[in-house]
Design a protein around this ligand. Structure first.
Ligand SMILES: [Zn+2]
Length: 315
């Protein structure tokens, strides 16, 4: 990839809610689905859109998302809320719902991290799987609920697979196996996760960040504020590698990473945990081990061993 970006996804599989994201400068080749041709929108499409929604058009340009958004959603409309601009072809009620979740998430994530986000946030909301696939840039989006794109020099934007959330909770397999889960919880978890990325990684130097750190903290925030707590299936706890987080068992690897972050928060306190995360993503050239000693008061091996013991005890 020539552009500097972070891609994040949240996954939902049939009949069970799972969450995971893959971030990094490039996806692992073995798990990267074949790309599809992105639809493109010419200047005229943006001009037509801009005449109806000038503020949203400016936001699309600022995020570098004009072509991909209008190419995939030729009938996109926009609603500009105070903090959030939603561009998509979902109905007005869904746009309002998305604004509610994202606005709440901006408040929640800002409160817990201290991250300031004075600008408006752009959310693309395609109503169909095919449109989401075009925006995402891959035909394989079976497990993907959302995507946060951060391009150097541009404002971040979130792509929310709005149709998936609705489909998941209305289908017979979903209702029969997860009666406790509702679309509001899922949407709030997913969007809080993405907002955590958008607010905390915008200015980060991303090259050497371990995925368990960036995804584990984002998912921890998503679960914390949605109340949708997920448990990993893995019998034994081991800190996932970046390959694990992108591999065939990635969905569970995200939950294992989240379990470790939850342990750090519980053991060291939320304030220290967030300080550790924040310094790690802003200054990734330093040693993570040294940062853990300094900010958390424990060595990484001590933390991992304590987590593994607690994990086994809870099985
Ligand atoms: Zn993520």
């Amino acid at each position: 990839m020539s552009r500097n970006w972070v891609r994040s996804v949240a996954c939902i599989l049939v009949g069970i809610v799972l969450a995971g994201c893959g971030t990094g400068s490039a996806p692992v080749a073995s798990t990267t689905p074949p790309p599809v041709t992105r639809a493109s929108a010419g200047p005229s499409a943006l001009a037509v859109f801009a005449s109806a929604s000038p503020a949203a058009a400016r936001r699309l340009r600022a995020s570098g998302a004009s072509a991909v958004a209008l190419g995939a959603m030729p009938h996109a409309r926009a609603t500009a809320f105070p903090q959030v601009t939603v561009v998509g072809d979902v109905d007005e009620r869904q746009m309002a719902d998305i604004n509610g979740y994202v606005s709440q998430a901006v408040h929640d994530v800002s409160t817990v991290t201290g991250a300031r986000f004075s600008r408006e946030l752009l959310v693309l909301a395609p109503r169909s799987e095919a449109e989401f696939a075009r925006i995402y840039g891959s035909s394989n989006v079976a497990d993907i609920q959302a995507d946060t794109v951060i391009v150097a020099g541009k404002q971040p934007y979130i792509v929310f697979n709005a149709g998936r959330s609705i489909q998941m909770v209305s289908g017979p397999s979903a209702t029969s196996t997860m009666p406790q889960v509702n679309s509001a919880q899922v949407s709030r978890k997913v969007l809080t996760h993405e907002v955590f990325h958008a607010l905390t990684l915008t200015y980060a130097a991303r090259r050497h960040l371990p995925l368990w750190l960036t995804e584990g903290f984002a998912e921890w925030a998503g679960q914390k504020f949605s109340g949708l707590h997920l448990t990993p299936k893995a019998k034994r706890a081991a800190l996932p590698s970046n390959a694990d987080m992108s591999g065939s068992n990635a969905v569970d690897a995200y939950q294992v990473a989240t379990s470790f972050v939850r342990y750090i928060v519980k053991t060291c306190g939320q304030r220290k945990a967030i300080a550790f995360y924040s310094k790690a993503v802003v200054h990734p050239t330093g040693s993570l081990a040294a940062l853990a000693e300094r900010e958390l008061g424990h060595s990484m091996p001590t933390l991992v061993a304590g987590w593994q013991h607690a994990y086994q005890s809870s099985r």
